[in-house]
Write a protein that binds this ligand. Structure first.
Ligand code: TXA
Ligand code: MG
Length: 338
């Protein structure tokens, strides 16, 4: 078993991690969204370790992280797209992943045999400094065991990957708390595959030619062909059963109050906890707070040993849409509409 160490993000430790990465190791790093499990994009042996460590299905491709626009050349075809230029000017560095046609230098392991590659330019200082120190892009999925909630602190990573990675760079709690918005550019059509803190409305400032992919709100069968393979897997799941209750507060109260006991909890918005006298968790007042807290709450549910949790349903617009997208997956699409 590997000894796992959580390291303060000093320049010495960042250099140590870049050395590990140069030698084909895998390490965990903070980003502004969630923690990532990183390896050298151009080292297939290192990349295959990522899949093994996470228990990730091979048909689920990885995002390549850059620290400099010059790195794009090594990853993607020249697409001469004004929309692409506008997107990167407006949102990079930041929590937006763009899927574009790939160069042959990107291995099929990274892209799961697709002819596209997902690219992200994180704004987090530590990940950017680390990529710069490496001199190559880093492939990084979220640093959780496959199926578990994404990690938003070094301790979350440790809980999942202790004994599986050498180093976890500690960047504190992730500012955003939800993974990046993923979009695919098909000529000039922008398709949102995973909503995030960069909302549809923000993207519409760049182009009106934008659609929300079916997989964002609907359950895809394990045999269906989906544009973003990750969307078909069970996701973000605590051990407890999650039920999402789409209703007014009054109906929610009536529905859950008699059901609450030491095993059964509810999760509500911050100002609503006063209506419940026991077994209540809160996950944020506004949508940004909910995005920031949701993965932390999903992990807390297992810590307190709850067996079932009824969740208030976030607004399905702007950033709320991203929270809703994660919650319906955590609930295995078990949504009660009242
Ligand atoms: O914020 C984030 O995006 C974090 C941090 C670490 O950067 N990363 C992350 O990676 O969330 P991951 O692997 O957990 O989610 C990446 C998603 C998966 O659903 C995968 O299927 C999709 O991106 N994806 C990657 N490459 C793709 C491609 N070429 N076409 C379609 N979907 C792709
Ligand atoms: Mg993930």
């Amino acid at each position: 078993m590997i000894k796992t160490t959580i390291l303060d993000a000093t320049s010495e430790n960042i250099n140590y991690c870049s050395d590990l990465l140069k030698h084909g190791e895998v390490i965990a790093m903070p980003t502004e969204t969630v923690y990532g499990l990183a390896a050298n994009v151009f080292d297939d042996k290192a990349i295959s370790k990522i899949f093994k460590i996470k228990g990730r299905p091979q048909d689920n491709p990885l995002i390549c992280h850059i620290s400099d626009l010059d790195m794009l050349d090594e990853l993607m075809m020249d697409i001469h797209s004004k929309i692409f230029q506008k997107l990167i000017e407006k949102f990079w560095p930041g929590p937006l992943t763009i899927i574009v046609p790939k160069k042959a230098s990107v291995s099929n392991l990274i892209t799961a045999n697709l002819d596209t590659v997902a690219i992200r330019f994180p704004s987090h200082n530590i990940s950017r400094t680390l990529i710069e120190a490496c001199g190559f892009p880093l492939a990084a999925p979220s640093a959780n065991l496959s199926g578990k909630p994404s990690p938003t602190s070094a301790n979350h990573v440790y809980d999942d990957l202790n004994g599986r990675v050498k180093a976890i760079l500690d960047g504190g709690i992730c500012e955003v708390g939800l993974e990046s918005t993923i979009i695919k550019l098909d000529d000039d059509l922008l398709r949102v595959l995973r909503p995030g803190i960069i909302s549809m409305d923000m993207l519409k400032e760049v182009t009106e030619n934008i659609v929300l992919d079916d997989s964002v709100l609907n359950q895809m069968g394990s045999n269906s062909t989906v544009i973003s393979p990750g969307t078909k897997y069970k996701h973000y799941s605590p051990n407890a059963d999650i039920v999402l209750v789409d209703s007014t507060l009054d109906k929610f109260k009536t529905y859950v109050t008699d059901k609450l006991n030491e095993d059964v909890w509810c999760a509500v918005f911050d100002d609503e906890q006063k209506f419940f006298d026991k077994n209540v968790l809160t996950f944020g007042y506004n949508e940004k707070d909910q995005a920031h807290n949701i993965f932390m709450i999903l992990r807390k549910i297992d810590e307190i040993g709850a067996k079932k949790v009824f969740f208030r349903c976030p607004k399905k617009e702007n950033v709320g849409l991203a929270v809703y997208n994660r919650l319906i997956r955590a609930a295995g699409f078990n949504v009660v509409v009242l």
